[in-house]
Write a protein that binds this ligand. Structure first.
Ligand SMILES: Cc1cc2nc3c(=O)[nH]c(=O)nc-3n(C[C@H](O)[C@H](O)[C@H](O)COP(=O)(O)OP(=O)(O)OC[C@H]3O[C@@H](n4cnc5c(N)ncnc54)[C@H](O)[C@@H]3O)c2cc1C
Length: 306
């Protein structure tokens, strides 16, 4: 049996792992895809203290993972498909195997929201993407659209403008929600055509995306834009399906914790974007991870006398 099992290898999980290993606890972290989580899908991080030069998401993730591994964190690349969290011994399950721990830290983070359009899933990987950093290079000299108006949409539009022939930024309002510095860059870019007050009504194409149909929400006017790819950046939703009905969460599916990252079940903690909090960022994910590990350590001492 492990002391702590961490579910999710984003910044919250990796930081929790680093802190708990450094505290001498036998810790195992499960990651279903790649460490770094959402951070690995961004091309530039420029607001994490200590990194005064912008750093790419994958480089940042690699640094954090290396740091955690220096303390001996064990990382296993498997998806946790169910959990039994009541009682002193917590059980987590991958497809064919059960693992046990005294405490569990939930750090499954969040993932991009979908537009919810017909054929969106069918076109995923064939012109529809949720990660400009991952897929942008495939669209060199092509026309693409970014859908959204927040920081991610603004960053994606700027990033894609380096490769693409033309970038359409489709936003349902007439100003961007993005941080001022990012919004100003987008507005100033001649390569980015701003399609204000508009939503995407349909994704067009046969085997691959060839265009989108947008509708102006003020005038009702429709327009077909011919393009090769669309990048959807309309926000994220928490990865909390796995713990629905087990862990108390908000209506939107974010886990409710106290300041010690404790959930409604003793010995179960939550950290990072999975958790209901005012600011979903790397710095708060790291802080949550550290607190969750500290609280788990305290819980193990109290509950198991170790
Ligand atoms: C495009 C983009 C750009 C961003 N830019 C910035 C920025 O510049 N600065 C900033 O501060 N923040 C930025 N953010 C936000 C930041 O990335 C998140 O706040 C942070 O990554 C949250 O970390 P996390 O560990 O809580 O979750 P995540 O990063 O979402 O990581 C969760 C991990 O859990 C794994 N997982 C989920 N379910 C399971 C399971 N069942 N079994 C095993 N593993 C599982 C996932 O694969 C994932 O790796 C950005 C986000 C995006 C999407």
């Amino acid at each position: 049996m492990k002391d702590i099992i961490i579910v999710g290898g984003g910044l919250a999980g990796l930081t929790a792992g680093m802190y708990s290993k450094r505290a001498g606890l036998d810790t195992l972290l499960f990651e279903k895809m790649f460490t770094g989580g959402q951070a690995s899908t961004t091309n530039m991080i420029e607001n994490y203290p200590g990194f005064d030069d912008p750093i790419s998401g994958p480089d940042f993730a690699m640094k954090i993972e290396n740091h955690a591994r220096k303390f001996g964190l064990e990382i296993q690349y498997d998806e946790i498909i169910s959990l039994e969290l009541e009682g002193d011994i917590k059980k987590v399950f991958i497809e064919n195997k059960e693992y046990q721990a005294k405490a569990v830290i939930l750090a499954m983070g969040a993932e991009p929201k979908k537009l919810g359009l017909d054929r969106e899933d069918e076109f995923r990987g064939r012109g529809v993407s949720y990660c400009a950093t991952c897929d942008g290079a495939f669209y060199r000299d092509k026309d693409v659209a970014v859908i959204g108006g927040g920081d991610t949409a603004a960053e994606d539009a700027m990033f894609l403008a380096q490769y693409a022939n033309k970038v359409y930024l489709v936003h349902r309002r007439d100003t961007l929600r993005a941080t001022r510095i990012l919004a100003d860059r987008v507005v100033a870019s001649k390569k980015i055509e701003k399609v204000w007050d508009s939503t995407v009504e349909a994704i067009l194409g046969e085997d691959h995306v060839t265009g989108i149909r947008v509708v102006n929400v003020k005038t009702g006017e429709k327009r077909v834009i011919n393009l090769d790819g669309i990048f959807i950046a309309i926000g994220v939703r928490p990865n909390s399906e796995l713990i629905k009905g087990i862990i108390t969460m908000s209506e939107a599916g974010y886990v409710l914790t106290n300041d010690s990252m404790e959930t409604n079940i003793p010995g179960v903690f939550a950290a990072g974007d999975l958790r209901q909090k005012p600011l979903l960022q790397l710095i708060t994910a790291a802080a949550d991870g550290a607190i969750a590990a500290y609280s788990a350590q305290k819980y193990i001492i109290e509950a198991f006398g170790e």
